[in-house]
Design a protein around this ligand. Structure first.
Ligand SMILES: N[C@@H](CCC(=O)N[C@@H](CS)C(=O)NCC(=O)O)C(=O)O
Length: 225
């Protein structure tokens, strides 16, 4: 097995895949791409992902065409199904489909406001421009609606599906990764806050990738001040 992994540790999307790589103990070849330096816009990177987005993996298996995969959700499902991640995503059974349901909901709904807060409250700061308040209002509307659904679901629960940490927790909690910088207003959802805090406390891989992200973000923001 030889997997190349294109990553920027400050990215919440990459946090999802790095956490799974750590959980599975995979020995991947890290290929750092600096998003702030626009290394994702190079011709060689665009040949891998024309969307110019991280994460990307290339899995080279003997006697097979290399598999280039983009999209954190697809990468995580592939890694779990191929390299022993049934504790994060069972191969079959109702739990698998409940986990996939929440991952899909995270992508379509719950995670949508987070990048808007990040772009308007962090990227504008780095670029020296003003936040777009209309976009922030739209993001706040989405967050109120979807946050309430997740908060109610998590009342009296430690994990999103069943009694175990899964890809569903990773995909949903990643939305909160940039909170200290983006000012994503999630604090009002007390079950979400308790669940997110406990994930950091109880899951080494999740805490590790959170620490990497915060170290990188603090360095990037200090550079601009
Ligand atoms: N849908 C993609 C989103 C990935 C994504 O938003 N990546 C960001 C970093 S968090 C990125 O690479 N942005 C660079 C760009 O937009 O050019 C996934 O889930 O993998």
């Amino acid at each position: 097995m030889s997997i190349e992994y294109y990553v920027d540790n400050r990215s919440g999307s990459c946090r999802r895949t790095t956490s799974v790589i750590k959980e599975l103990g995979l020995d991947v070849v890290y290929k750092p791409i600096d998003l702030l330096q626009k290394e994702n816009k190079s011709d060689s990177f665009l040949a891998l992902n024309p969307n110019s987005m991280l994460p990307v993996i290339i899995d080279r298996k003997a006697k097979q065409q290399p598999l280039i995969l983009t999209e954190a959700m697809a990468i995580n499902i592939y890694l779990c199904d191929t390299y022993g991640g049934t504790h994060l995503l069972p191969k079959d059974g109702t739990k698998r489909y409940q986990i996939l349901q929440w991952m899909s909901w995270a992508a379509e709904h719950f995670r949508q406001p987070a990048p808007i807060y990040f772009e308007e409250n962090v990227i504008t700061q780095l670029m020296g421009t003003d936040p777009n308040t209309t976009r922030l209002q739209q993001a706040e509307f989405m967050l109120s609606k979807h946050g309430q659904v997740l908060d109610s679901h998590l009342a009296n629960k430690c994990y999103v599906v069943g009694e175990k940490f899964s890809l569903a927790d990773i995909d949903l909690a990643s939305a909160l990764s940039q909170m200290p910088y983006s000012k994503l207003p999630v604090d009002r959802f007390k079950h979400i806050m308790r669940w997110a805090k406990d994930l950091e406390k109880n899951h080494e891989s999740w805490k590790y990738t959170g620490d990497l992200l915060h170290t990188g973000m603090r360095q990037a923001l200090n550079h601009t001040q």
